[in-house]
Ligand binder design. Structure first.
Ligand code: SAM
Ligand code: SF4
Length: 442
């Protein structure tokens, strides 16, 4: 291709941004761009940003500041800001950093190629609308390049839940689900390109209600059973779920769908009913625990993962203790915990903060408990026969690295299996963040 240009994308935040960055790289691929791993030789730098916690915008402004020298040395270099900070800050970004050529919100990525042409002509391009057309449909065309064996696939976006602390309903907009057939087509395309493990993504993925081939709205469980039929696709996962959208058919799928992996990310945020109410979570600690009991009855070995916020306004030591009690009861294989961060424009932003030192100390206690369980669950894997999807060669000679059914990273010794193959193994050791294993004869 004549005149190949280099694109450097820096991705912040959640898996959905990882997926979006891939789509943007493909969209700009049609404009002659090829990805590069460093900003130094780039013709275009794109920051795909996250706004979920405090100081997100400030971090982006200081990152932009770092590119000033590059821009001065190469005036043709184009700089763009995408993602949720772009959505939240809009024109403010070019006001504060006039060297920015392009600002694009998450709902307008399908207009990126057009916007790129505009900035090449010397103009600025800014789009933070919520357009009526389906951006995924417009982002569909792509080269048939080979892919890594595990991939993300966005099926749903946005959120109507309005938890009191969260910016997602404002930056990503109302809940929208993609039609079933489009998702199945995309999954088949990924499989043709070497993908074996797909994680279905959505801010509230289990609220999925995309239109099915019969013209009715399908649930996530129905979508999963449809994807179960795709030959060559070996594993399915989904994230992130809300406890209130965990329907009976989805719980049943965890028991019966062989391709659906025994791993579930189900954020609870707090173990105190008072705090959950103030958070507008519309579930209680008891209803959450009852739900996990039902999920475990369907799939006893399921590995649970969660999200927690500590130091939410008005959280007392007693409320925090309720969170610790809930963690003790669930025993999470993984969990992500955050100190509450005020997000302007959200209902909780007006409320009095917990002393930051107290919040930090609570976060440490929670993380210590989570780490204890995480290590114990990993250690319990020693001696078990698992299956690993091989993703890449390891650091040591003869070693291959992949993921188990439970999403643990596993190092297989003396393994000559190809990337993309499923290898039966016996777990032989447990490290800080990964397991080691020996291959089993088939
Ligand atoms: N939809 C998911 C749910 O209902 O739990 C979560 C999506 S959110 C992008 C990911 C996580 O970020 C949340 O589960 C929450 O723990 C954390 N988070 C969101 N807003 C936050 C805030 N203002 N301060 C600290 N953590 C926050
Ligand atoms: Fe944010 Fe999740 Fe609550 Fe939606 S359900 S508002 S994405 S925390």
């Amino acid at each position: 291709m004549a005149d190949t240009k280099k694109l450097f994308i820096k991705t912040y935040g959640c898996q959905m941004n990882v997926y979006d960055s891939e789509r943007m790289a493909e969209a700009l691929g049609t404009q002659g761009y090829e990805e590069t791993q460093t900003p130094d030789d780039a013709d275009m730098i794109l920051l795909n940003t996250c706004h979920i916690r405090e100081k997100a915008a400030e971090k982006i402004y200081s990152e932009l500041g770092r590119y000033k020298g590059l821009k001065a040395a190469k005036p043709d270099l184009k700089i763009g800001v995408a993602g949720c900070v772009a959505q939240a800050e809009g024109a403010e970004i070019v006001k504060r950093q006039p060297m920015v050529d392009l600002v694009v919100g998450p709902q307008s990525y399908h207009r990126l190629a057009e916007m790129e042409a505009k900035i090449r002509s010397g103009a600025r391009a800014l789009d933070t609308e919520f357009p009526p057309e389906d951006k995924f449909e417009h982002l569909a065309s792509r080269p048939k390049a080979k892919r890594a064996p595990a991939a993300f696939l966005t099926v749903q976006e946005g959120c109507d839940k309005f938890c009191a602390f969260c910016v997602v309903p404002y930056t990503r907009g109302a809940e929208v689900s993609r039609p079933v057939q489009r998702i199945v087509d995309e999954a088949k395309d990924l499989v043709e390109r070497g993908v074996r493990d797909i994680t279905l993504l959505g801010q509230n993925v289990n609220a999925y209600h995309g239109s099915g081939p019969d013209g009715r709205d399908w649930t996530l469980a129905q979508l999963i059973w449809e994807l179960d039929k795709v030959d060559g696709l070996e594993r399915l996962r989904f994230t992130t779920s809300h406890p209130n959208d965990m329907g009976d058919d989805l719980i049943e799928a965890h028991g019966n769908c062989k391709k659906l992996m025994p791993y579930l990310h189900l954020p609870v945020q707090s173990g105190s009913n008072k705090i959950l109410k103030r958070m507008n979570r519309s579930h209680t600690a008891e209803s959450y625990l009852k739900l996990i009991e039902r999920i475990r009855a369907a799939r006893p070995d399921i590995l649970m993962s969660g999200d927690f916020i500590v130091g939410f306004p008005e959280e007392t030591e007693e409320d925090f203790q309720a969170t610790l009690d809930l963690v003790e009861e669930v025993r999470y294989g993984y969990a992500y915990s955050f100190k509450y961060s005020t997000r302007p424009g959200t209902p909780a932003a007006e409320r009095a903060l917990v002393d930051p030192a107290v919040a930090s100390e609570r976060l440490q206690r929670l993380q210590a408990l989570i780490t204890r369980d995480q290590r114990a669950i990993q250690d319990d894997m020693i001696g078990r026969d698992l299956s690993v999807l091989v993703e890449r060669p390891g650091r040591d000679p003869g070693q291959m690295v992949g993921k188990s059914e439970y999403l643990h990273a596993v190092h297989i010794e003396n393994c000559d299996a190809a990337v993309g193959s499923l290898v039966p193994v016996t777990i032989t050791g447990s490290g800080t963040n990964s397991l080691s294993a020996q291959r089993r004869p088939i």
